[in-house]
Design a protein around this ligand. Structure first.
Ligand SMILES: Cc1cc2nc3c(=O)[nH]c(=O)nc-3n(C[C@H](O)[C@H](O)[C@H](O)COP(=O)(O)O)c2cc1C
Length: 136
């Protein structure tokens, strides 16, 4: 199987990267092919620009070359895997930016039968209590 893996974390010594590396090992042991996009370290541009937004509902829209290239990589895969930490009960903004820019109408029109696996890491150190005083 050809798998597209998108990893999101600013730190390569993170739990997120450790889990991704173990996942990759398992995939390689089973002869699967992996195409990795590391959003932070591959320099993905998270800004949603005027040209990204313009004509966004058109499935035949001509995207910027960098987005087009990424669309082709996703379309070439049988399955897509996202590895990321939960940040405030949500995906990190970098991953949301990727989804907004790449998982556009053109892709959604063609990729509707792809399998997706979401590996979301959560948890952390015990939280210190937060004392908030509101004065009026
Ligand atoms: C900005 C930020 C927000 C976070 N929000 C949550 C959260 O809502 N729930 C949670 O369980 N953990 C949260 N965490 C902890 C991460 O999920 C934790 O980092 C995760 O276990 C992955 O570990 P790693 O950062 O070493 O990869 C947050 C961490 C950061 C930096």
């Amino acid at each position: 199987m050809k798998v597209k893996l998108v990893v999101t974390h600013p730190r390569q010594d993170s739990l997120t990267f450790a889990v991704m590396n173990r996942f990759i090992e398992g995939m390689q042991e089973n002869s699967h092919e992996i195409d990795i996009l590391d959003l932070y370290h591959d320099g993905f541009d998270p800004l949603y620009r005027v040209e990204d937004e313009r004509d966004w509902q058109n499935p035949d829209k001509q995207h910027a070359p960098v987005i087009r290239k990424e669309l082709d990589r996703v379309l070439a895969a049988d399955a897509i895997v996202f590895v990321f930490p939960i940040w405030w009960y949500n995906v990190p903004s970098m991953l949301k930016a990727y989804l907004d820019k790449v998982w556009n109408m053109g892709l959604l029109n063609k990729a509707n039968s792809k399998k997706a696996l979401w590996i979301a890491l959560a948890g952390g150190q015990r939280l210190h209590s937060i004392n908030t005083t509101i004065t009026t």
